[in-house]
Every structure is written in C-alpha cells, then in structure tokens.
Ligand binder design. Structure first.
Ligand SMILES: Cc1cc2nc3c(=O)[nH]c(=O)nc-3n(C[C@H](O)[C@H](O)[C@H](O)COP(=O)(O)OP(=O)(O)OC[C@H]3O[C@@H](n4cnc5c(N)ncnc54)[C@H](O)[C@@H]3O)c2cc1C
Length: 527
C-alpha cells in the first residue's frame, strides 16, 4: 500500500510547505520591533548550485540501476537536496550558498536498488548521502566531498509502502521514505497508529526517525521512535543487515541499536518494523499553571516515577510561557503567567478518563492550577505552525534557533541554569532564551531551548559562538549533547567528549567494517 497523494516538497530556503509560509502576525510585529528592532533581511532568490563534478558517462551506471527518470541533475532538484533545516542551513540557503549541493539526486525503489547504488558508489568512489525528509538540524545532510569523485543524494522518496501489518503482534513494517502523515494515514486504514509526532512530523520520514533516534511530542505515552522499533533491514556497502526476529532476546548486544541513530554513516535503512497501537478513540489536551518552573518540573518527576504519565506532557519556563509559544498564532506577553504545562491523553474513552483523573489528583495536590482544555487545544492546533515563524523572524533580521539536551532529575536545575547563562552571555543583552521540559522519563528529562536575538552582521558566526558556548555547558554539566536532534556534523566535537576515546574507536571500527571505503555520509556522525 502506498500514500494517495504526492509528497510535498519543502521550500529550498524556508521551513515546510511553501503554501503555508507565513508573515509575522501584526500583534507580534510591534513586540519584535520593540525587542530587536526590525531589519530587512530578504533571501537571495537566484542562486544556482556549483557545476556538477559527475559526468554523464559515470551517471550512466546509476541510470541503468534506477531508470533514467530517477537520476535528476537539474539545479532546482539539487538545491532542494542541499543540507537540512537548521537555522545555519537556512541562513546559508538564504544567501545563495549551495556549495554542499549534490551532483545528482538518485531515487531508488527497494532494497535491491539501494544496494546496487551503494555498489556503484564504492566502485566509482562517489559519496552517498541518504535523504529522508530533509528536516535534519545538525548538519547530517552536509557530507564532505573531498577525496571523492562526487556526491549523490540518495532520495528514498519512492520507497513509501506499508509492507506488512501484523495485528496479532501489533507490528507494522514500513518503508523508509514514508513521511509521518503518510505512514499514519496508511496505518489508520487498519485502525492503527504509530503515535510519533515530532514537530517536524509533517515532512520527516520513517527512515529519518530511525536514523536519528527521533522523539515525538507524545513520547510520554508512545515512547521515543527507537523504542518503537522491533526490527529493521539495511543495505551497507559490505552486505545486508536484517535484524529483529523476536520481541526481545539475549542474543548478544542488540545490533539494531547500531543502526538506530547511525545517521546514514553505517548503512541505508530500507525498512523498519515498528510496534503500533490501536488508533485512539479519544484525545484531550489541557493546560495547567505552575507558580515556578521548579515546581512544575518536580511534579513531572513525581508523575514519571509513579507510572502516571499522560500521553503528552510539557512544561514551559517563565520566559517561554510569557512569550506564549504554546499558541504561536497569538504570540504576545502576558503579566506573570507562571509556567504553562500542557498535558494530553489519548486512548480508549475509559483509559483517558481514568488516567486524566489520576493525573489531575496528583497535579492539583502538588499546587497546579487547572486552566481547562483551551490552552491544550491551542497548543495541539498550533504545534506544527511554530517553525514557520522562524522564517518570518529571519526575514526581519531576528536570529532564531533551538537546541536540546537531557540529564537526570538531580542535575536538571544546574543544566537549565548553565545552558541558559551560556546562551545569554554569548548572545548578549536583549536576547531571549526560552526553555521547556520536552520529554520525561523516570530518571530524568530533556530540556529544549529556543533563542531569539537581533542578528549581527554575521548571524552564522553569531549562532555558532552561542551554540558552542551552550554545548560546552552541556558537557561540563555532565549532560548529553543531544536528546533527539542527533549528531550530524555540528555536534561531533562534543559527541566525542561524551562517549570518550574508546567509544570513538568502536564507532570507527564499525564504520570500517560496514563501509570500508567511507562512501556513506563522509564526515557525518563519526568523530
Ligand atoms: C522544525 C523542526 C522541528 C523538529 N522537531 C523535532 C522533534 O520534535 N523531535 C525530533 O526528534 N526531531 C525533530 N527535528 C529534527 C528532525 O526532524 C529529525 O531528526 C528527523 O528524525 C529527521 O528525519 P528526516 O526524515 O527528515 O531525515 P533527514 O533529514 O533526511 O536525514 C537525517 C539524517 O539521517 C540520515 N538518513 C535519513 N534517512 C535514512 C535512511 N533511510 N537510512 C539511513 N540514514 C538515513 C541522513 O543521511 C541524515 O544524516 C526537527 C527539525 C525541524 C527542522
């Protein structure tokens, strides 16, 4: 089974569906002017990628494998497959920098064609960048090309089938090119859901979720994507991997974990078998007010440690609550709003009612004020809209970007304070640093920061300095460099510190075994 409608291509210089591009609401324009001053920083529109270094004689081999119509070398397609959607990626694209454009975009259909493309790339010394949805925010699509004859983008967009559904075991096998909504629509045909809703859901792919160990906004109820995966297949330059023949086993280290989070550096994930759930009969979202970020965070810990988590739970700090990111459509400051928590429940009506009652008892007992369903519904309605605002702010000379980390509960306060201070000191007076607890576990949580500052003359360098300061603070605080955005190229120096010298050697050894000529995503992930 395949999706009924074609995949929407994102704008090459902006986030998301070009038809949904937005201006800043008038209510926000005044505030932005007050906070940062308005600058006019429009994007360049007439940039072209550099001349391609792979000639038609070489590409003939690729055309034989996938069909001539699936080897694309036109400038527009090459531009669309250049890098991902981090703010640095957008800043580069906006100034017409397409230096990382692939020479060609190749669209295989099936594991066999992927394996054949990899064999062709090994034979001719061509670098290969697997491309899922292109929503990467850590430089994972900006592979190095030096030392290679050229670079191709391996676009998995034709691999969009629901391959199998096992309603007895409650698993489904999906091809990697399915975007989030496409996968959900196919599963809905069986009354099932995956329940994976990252903010990039509308454009990110199943293969990308697996390759980056993504985490969605309903992770408290459905789990991280990597926790949903029970099996996968991958094509590597040295042969296929087919992993996951039972729900659990003790057959040595879990090799699935080598591919989950491998960011295209070890192999191309060609199918993923995931645990699925019955589609929820009922969904309810609501809001709570906490007097402080600490009080709300402690309540999240209490819920997580007593096994009482809702499906969705997130808590904004005082600054984020004041800016009201929960409702980007009505961005604006309010007086002493405290800290906004959103909780959501999905499932059968009785499950939703029981869990909601139990969570309500705990939250009210700990001092939360119920705000009813309105803030929750607003959040649910607006949650995929916020990334469009980043482009609108970039148009007005405001630097906006996000970063995330995670730590144990006992270290949460220190991590929050240190990362916030590092960002504020680097971005200077007048910058905004907002944070929310985005994912919770029994033992800890992830912190997700959003920053906004008036762009300097070199916004790329401005952000890189702030990001380095924040990353140093994360590692110094003993936290991870990434909870769900993955490593890519941007996080490599801190990733190396996080896993240590032996960890780096292990990764290099795996790379040498699976991809001895190093054609897969050179420069990505492996320090
Ligand atoms: C606005 C915005 C919001 C975001 N929100 C979230 C969020 O809430 N949660 C979250 O976890 N992430 C989030 N992200 C980050 C990003 O969406 C995730 O990392 C996502 O999982 C990437 O999926 P993709 O299909 O777009 O992968 P791509 O960007 O295409 O690729 C990501 C990496 O994986 C590799 N890759 C892709 N497909 C395969 C494959 N089949 N086999 C092997 N390697 C492959 C690529 O080479 C690349 O290195 C967000 C990003 C943006 C821009």
């Amino acid at each position: 089974m395949t999706p009924e409608t074609p995949t929407v291509e994102m704008h090459p210089q902006r986030w998301g569906d070009p038809a949904a591009a937005t201006r800043l609401p008038d209510s926000a324009l005044g505030l932005v002017e007050l906070a940062f001053g308005l600058q006019d920083t429009p994007a360049t529109t007439d940039a072209a990628p550099p001349a391609r270094s792979l000639g038609d004689d070489l590409l003939a081999g690729l055309r034989e494998i996938v069909g001539a119509e699936h080897v694309l070398v036109d400038d527009a397609t090459r531009a669309l497959r250049t890098r991902g959607k981090s703010t640095p990626d957008l800043l580069r694209a906006r100034t017409g920098d397409l230096a990382d454009a692939p020479d060609a975009v190749v669209r295989p259909d099936g594991h066999g064609e992927v394996a054949a493309v990899l064999a062709w790339a090994v034979e001719h010394g061509v670098a290969v960048v697997p491309f899922g949805g292109g929503t990467c925010v850590t430089g994972g699509l900006a592979a190095r090309r030096d030392g290679f004859a050229g670079l191709v983008s391996l676009d998995l967009v034709r691999m969009k089938r629901l391959l199998a559904v096992d309603e007895v075991s409650m698993t489904a096998t999906l091809q990697p090119g399915l975007r989030g909504p496409e996968a959900e629509a196919l599963l809905a045909g069986h009354g099932l859901t995956l329940g994976h809703y990252p903010q990039s859901y509308q454009h990110a792919s199943i293969g990308g979720f697996a390759a980056t160990r993504s985490s969605g906004q309903s992770s408290a109820g459905y789990g991280r994507f990597d926790a949903m995966v029970v099996g996968l297949t991958a094509a590597t330059p040295t042969g296929p991997l087919d992993l996951g023949s039972s729900p659990a086993n003790a057959a040595g280290p879990d090799l699935r974990q080598l591919l989950l989070g491998s960011e295209g550096a070890f192999g191309v994930i060609t199918s993923v078998t995931v645990r699925v759930r019955r589609a929820p009969a009922e969904t309810t979202y609501e809001g709570w007010r906490w007097p402080s970020f600490d009080a709300g965070s402690d309540a999240m810990r209490t819920l997580a440690q007593s096994g009482l988590l809702p499906t969705v739970i997130r808590l904004s700090d005082e600054s984020e609550t004041a800016i009201n990111l929960a409702d980007p459509a009505s961005i604006g400051a309010t007086e002493d709003p405290g800290c906004l928590m959103i909780t959501g429940y999905e499932g059968a009506a009785s499950e939703v009612a029981d869990r909601r009652a139990a969570v309500t008892r705990v939250l009210t007992g700990l001092g939360a004020t119920p705000l009813g369903t309105e803030p929750g519904e607003k959040w649910a309605h607006g949650r995929f809209g916020a990334p469009y605002l980043r482009d609108a702010l970039l148009d007005h000379g405001v630097l906006v970007e996000t970063l995330e980390t995670a730590t144990f509960w006992s270290n949460r306060e220190r991590l929050y304070a240190d990362v916030k201070a590092a960002l504020q000191s680097s971005l200077g007076e007048g910058s905004l640093v907002l944070c929310h607890v985005s994912h919770v576990y029994e033992t800890g949580c992830s912190l997700y920061f959003t920053v906004a500052a008036r762009q300097s003359g070199d916004p790329l360098a401005q952000w890189q300095a702030a990001k380095a300061a924040a990353s140093d603070a994360m590692i110094a605080a003993g936290a991870t460099i990434t909870h769900h955005h993955a490593v890519g190229t941007d996080h490599k120096p801190w990733f190396a510190q996080e896993i240590g010298e032996v960890g780096v050697r292990v990764l290099r050894a795996v790379k040498a075994e699976l991809d001895p000529t190093g054609i897969l995503n050179p420069g990505v992930l492996i320090p």
